[in-house]
Write a protein that binds this ligand. Structure first.
Ligand SMILES: Nc1ncnc2c1ncn2[C@@H]1O[C@H](COP(=O)(O)OP(=O)(O)OP(=O)(O)O)[C@@H](O)[C@H]1O
Ligand SMILES: [Mg+2]
Length: 373
């Protein structure tokens, strides 16, 4: 499988002049830094990630949906190309799987510039970021994933780099300490976060462009399913593509995962491997994805809130504790979709389940509820 060259760090490839080559094809997916970034959402297997990579759009024309965002990005990209200047820094935010990493990788490809990838949890001190900054060539892109997790000391170090393309390095200690300024080549930082609220205002404001990715419409996801089925040499009917799309929680990553599963199912349970509506429905039933796209984790969350907290209000810490899961996982991966579907309310007093959620699960607050599994 052809992997795109991705420059991953100075220790891998630094030429004599300190400028990175274009290079490291050891299989690092820019979106999946196996060592440094925490496990990706909802447990995709390494095989899924391989496919995810081949399914990831490689250019602007492959990107489906996010029309307004794409229009604005095209404008800043063309303006930068016209002026032969680097792009202004860009911050992408939004729930997991909506295309933040995808857009960050597509932009430098469109510009024909170099790309470096890092993730905030791997940057514990300025020295961890320094090589990326000194290696950034003119107009190149440095992508910092999970940027809300930058430690304050690294954040302060990055400010002058973003604003003036300069870094201040402190040499020595105590009375002998002195600061040396170092000029950098003008470059672009693209940050991605699922938690924009955790970014400090000074960091947030240094991003000239800020784009929030929202959930996708069903017809956009159906288009993604059909395009990706073609890439996977799988035949899928129009109705089946809509069936998968409407159960994908508005998220392309989910659509891809459901397509891969349904393809396996069709291959094992039919003679021709074609995904028709009925096969798609059977596959989704077996995967325990309901007609709204709710998965086990979503149902467990709602059932916990209903059965243990009498429908709420309940604090996220308490719910997470009862489910034996980190609150971050619930806030990032479960709640945005439940809120969007009107199954959950977030109030100052805590989370409250809605009547639609009770209806969807066939439960009642005081009634005889099923055990949580
Ligand atoms: N606009 C799009 N058009 C087509 N496919 C898309 C689009 N956005 C995302 N995808 C598909 O969904 C997958 C997940 O997207 P991506 O990794 O960019 O999400 P993310 O926002 O970075 O998620 P996370 O917050 O978990 O890092 C991609 O590999 C790609 O296959
Ligand atoms: Mg990502």
């Amino acid at each position: 499988m052809a992997r795109e060259p991705v420059y991953q760090g100075p220790e891998n490839d630094t030429s004599d002049d300190g400028i990175p080559g274009s290079v490291n094809s050891d299989g690092g997916d820019p979106g999946k830094d196996s060592q440094d970034s925490p496990a990706d959402s909802m447990g995709s297997s390494p095989l899924d990630e391989e496919y995810d990579y081949t399914l990831r759009p490689q250019s602007f024309k492959d990107v489906v949906g996010q029309k307004k965002v794409m229009e604005r990005l095209s404008i800043i990209l063309q303006a930068a190309q016209k002026r032969k200047e680097p792009l202004g820094h860009i911050l992408f935010d939004g729930p997991p799987g909506l295309g933040k990493t995808t857009l960050a990788t597509v932009l430098p490809k469109e510009m024909g510039t170099e790309f470096q990838y890092t993730s905030a949890p791997s940057l514990s001190a300025p020295k961890d970021l320094l090589p990326f900054l000194t290696n950034a060539s003119y107009g190149s892109v440095l992508f910092i994933d999970e940027i809300h997790r930058l430690p304050p000391i690294v954040e302060e170090f990055i400010y002058p780099a973003m604003e003036d393309y300069r870094i201040d390095i402190v040499l020595g200690e105590g009375v002998n300490a002195r600061t040396v300024n170092m000029k950098l080549k003008p470059f672009t930082i693209i940050g991605a976060t699922t938690r924009p609220g955790m970014l400090t205002a000074p960091l947030r404001d240094r991003f000239v462009n800020r784009e929030r990715l929202d959930f996708y419409e069903v017809d956009e996801l159906a288009e993604i399913v059909r395009r990706n089925a073609k890439k996977l040499n799988t035949v899928i009917s129009e109705e089946a593509s809509f069936e998968l799309a409407s159960r994908s929680r508005g998220t392309p990553r989910k659509s891809n995962n459901l397509l891969l599963w349904t393809r396996d199912y069709a291959e094992m349970r039919t003679k021709d491997g074609i995904i028709g509506l009925e096969i798609a429905q059977q596959a989704l039933r077996m995967r325990e994805v309901d007609d709204m796209g709710l998965e086990n984790l979503d149902r467990r969350y709602l059932k916990t809130l209903i059965s243990i907290f009498a429908g709420g209000p309940a604090g996220i810490q308490a719910i997470a504790h009862s489910m034996n899961l980190p609150p971050d996982t619930l806030e990032d991966e479960v709640e945005p979709f439940l809120l969007r579907m009107g199954l959950l309310q977030r109030t100052p007093r805590g989370r409250i389940v809605t009547s639609s959620a009770l209806e969807q699960l066939g439960m009642s607050i005081s009634g005889d509820n099923q055990p949580i599994n």
